[in-house]
Design a protein around this ligand. Structure first.
Ligand code: WT7
Length: 646
């Protein structure tokens, strides 16, 4: 974030206390902050989750590893599905599924979800999936995606969901890292009326992942896809019972692995973030209930993220289902077939709670309020934001044009690693300020430290967390050393999130973005090094450096500086070829918005690329200190090329 933006944030004086009527009916009140941390998590552990065997010890903290609810036995799918049916809620809607093609809809009750999960679990069981078998899931936003995750959880098989926009290489890397034996995918996915060839990409990935011995393919578009005899199985062709009694919910230990979610760090290799069973479930269910003020009998909750990211895992699947909520699940994009699609959905289902990202809000802002204006949004009572800092303009637009000036907004800060929201307003308690995520959630302690590791009571610095919380990651899969060095070495004794933050005079937190070599594009985390590696993988590229620059819609956009080999000349064709190469290696989300061809990159005398300088060039900022630069003429040359770039 630029200094200018930070100044604007500091000048922000608007205050939005909770509307009295909202506060009066809220699930939690101000006294929640007074509850001792152990008592809070102990009580939520008992109240929000059903146990086959109760836990004994609340938390064992052996930094940097925490264990929670020790000695307990439970099953996540039982908690998310079966127990609700047993409690007589079988007719309650779990998901209103809205396909991308208009009119393609499905109402999935908890009773139906239970049968669907049982059937998928039986199919997986026939393929030898059981407790501990690693399963990869590569799908779009179809009902079978949560069903596949829950079927794995039912069997005790850990899963990794790979976002459907990722490439074959990204998929095979993840499957190999986790040791996946089975892959669940679909023929194709709909996207803006076009078809995304998931199965074909999965075939390419399986060719590079010899450990994957079987795949299950769900039919979605009906498009023709190659099937490998003996390895690939059409889901609808496998005969399997959907009677839940035929496939019991495996009793799992509190600390058994539930899933891995891969995320980008500061090296080229994504990290497999480990989440386990009990602490994760208690964490997401508690936060979902308190922050979204969930009234399961009457709310229609919609988190408009993709299940392929942590937001979807925690707040489309596990949190809401554990709380017996009714959710919307939408397959498509916000502008297909038209820019009012979201508002049509809100009106159709009477959505009460909408949770989305600033980048989406800014896209709607750009399209204009008339699209929302054509629909009745009066069912909405609460709005949420996640994924990146929300700028006050976007906050105010959301408040006025979507929330009708009556809905509290919860700006929720968290990460793949934290598993659950950690810094957020409570909608019936907190006075909000546009752009501030306000306070740590009850039972969570956050702080801001300066460069020397000293506590900052008021002012800016590095965001850290001081004690364990139930859903915190249990590490990076197979890489203890990297876990320690990434999060725990910078400030010994604290979890370092990688974000800058400020604390204001009221003790409210203002998040300022990443302080490491990680970009945030449309709320997705992408490492500069990962994109650089994809670029230098191209045979004509000698060297590449990548950085983010601010973008009015996507938050950050990727800028690449590329030096071509030998006598290769820059051209528009070359530019397109490189952008597509990155999309092929990583996924379309990692495509550079801009590529600047340069005969040389700015380096220090010791040969390190000066990224700070590249960021200044990308942002058109006055250049900072260049005295350590080996060849100063490179920079003026670069600024000129950046200005001319297409
Ligand atoms: C990074 C984590 C967990 C949700 C989706 C992203 C940024 C997330 C906020 C917010 C300011 C935010 C941080 C964080 N971030 N939410 N409300 N305000 N920044 O998950 O891919 O693990 O990325 O997203 O920089 O470190 P993720």
């Amino acid at each position: 974030m630029s200094d200018q933006t930070i100044d604007t944030l500091l000048d922000e004086e608007r205050r939005f206390p909770p509307p009295p009527a909202f506060a009066a009916q809220a699930n939690v009140h101000a006294d929640v902050y007074d509850r001792p941390f152990e008592e809070f998590w102990e009580a939520n552990g008992r109240e929000r989750v059903s146990w086959f065997q109760p836990f004994g010890e609340l938390c064992r903290w052996q930094p940097p590893y925490a264990q929670w609810y020790l000695g307990g036995k439970l099953n996540v799918a039982y908690n998310c599905v079966d127990r609700h049916v047993e409690a007589g809620l079988g007719d309650r809607v779990a998901y209103y599924w809205e396909g991308e093609p208009e009119g393609d809809r499905l109402t999935i009750t908890y009773a139906r979800l239970q049968r669907d999960v049982a059937r998928m679990a039986n199919v997986l069981g026939q393929l030898g999936v059981g407790k501990g078998t690693a399963v990869a899931i590569y799908m779009g936003m179809v009902p079978e995606l949560p069903v596949a995750m829950l079927a794995c959880a039912r069997l005790g098989a850990p899963h990794t969901v790979v976002f459907g926009g990722f490439s074959a290489d990204s998929l095979s890397d993840r499957m190999n890292d986790m040791g996946c034996e089975v892959l669940i995918t679909q023929d194709e996915a709909w996207r803006r009326g076009g078809r995304v060839p998931l199965k074909r990409t999965a075939d390419e990935a399986m060719a590079a992942a010899p450990g994957v011995r079987a795949s299950v393919v769900v039919r979605r578009t009906g498009g023709e896809v190659p099937m490998t005899e003996g390895r690939d199985h059409w889901y609808h062709e496998v005969e399997a019972s959907d009677d839940p009694a035929t496939v019991p919910c495996a009793p799992m230990d509190s600390e058994d692995l539930l899933f891995l979610m891969y995320t980008s760090g500061t090296t080229a290799k994504p990290k497999g973030i480990v989440h386990t069973t009990a602490g994760y479930l208690v964490g997401v269910a508690t936060t979902h209930w308190a922050i979204f003020d969930l009234k399961p009998e009457s709310d229609v909750y919609w988190c408009a993220a993709d299940i392929g990211w942590i937001t979807g895992h925690s707040y489309i699947v596990y949190g809401p289902l554990c709380n017996a909520a009714t959710s919307v699940l939408y397959e498509g994009t916000p502008d297909f077939p038209d820019k009012d699609r979201w508002w049509d959905i809100v009106e159709r289902y009477g959505v009460t709670t909408l949770y989305t990202a600033p980048t989406a809000i800014r896209a709607h802002m750009k399209w204009g309020p008339e699209h929302a204006g054509r629909h009745d949004l009066s069912s909405l009572r609460l709005l949420g934001s996640v994924g990146e800092p929300i700028n006050p303009e976007a906050w105010m637009w959301y408040h006025e044009h979507i929330g009708g000036e009556r809905c509290p907004i919860v700006d929720t800060w968290w990460q793949t690693e934290t598993g659950m929201v950690l810094i957020t307003p409570l909608p019936g308690v907190t006075t909000t300020k546009p752009g501030s995520a306000t306070k740590p959630f009850p039972g969570v302690r956050a702080a801001v430290l300066n460069e020397q590791g000293e506590r900052v009571e008021q002012g800016g610095g590095y965001l850290v967390l001081e004690r364990p919380w139930p859903a915190m990651t249990r590490g990076i899969y197979g890489d203890d050393e990297r876990f320690r060095s990434t999060y725990w070495e910078r400030f010994p004794g604290f979890y370092f999130a990688g974000d800058g933050a400020r604390i204001d005079a009221d003790g409210d937190f203002w998040l300022l973005g990443r302080v490491d070599d990680v970009m945030n594009v449309s709320g997705h985390r992408i490492s500069t090094i990962e994109v650089e590696s994809a670029l230098v993988d191209h045979p004509k590229v000698a060297e590449a450096a990548v950085c983010g620059r601010s973008d009015a819609t996507t938050g950050q956009a990727i800028v690449a500086y590329v030096t071509l080999k030998g006598n290769e000349g820059p051209s528009l064709e070359m530019l397109e070829e490189l952008r597509n190469h990155v999309a092929h290696k990583i996924g379309a989300i990692a495509k550079p918005a801009n590529i600047v061809f340069t005969p040389e990159l700015p380096k220090t005398r010791s040969g390190k690329i000066m990224r700070r300088l590249l960021r200044d060039v990308a942002e058109n900022r006055p250049l900072g200190d260049t005295t350590t630069l080996a060849d100063a003429s490179v920079v003026s040359e670069l600024s000129q090329r950046a200005a001319e770039a297409p």
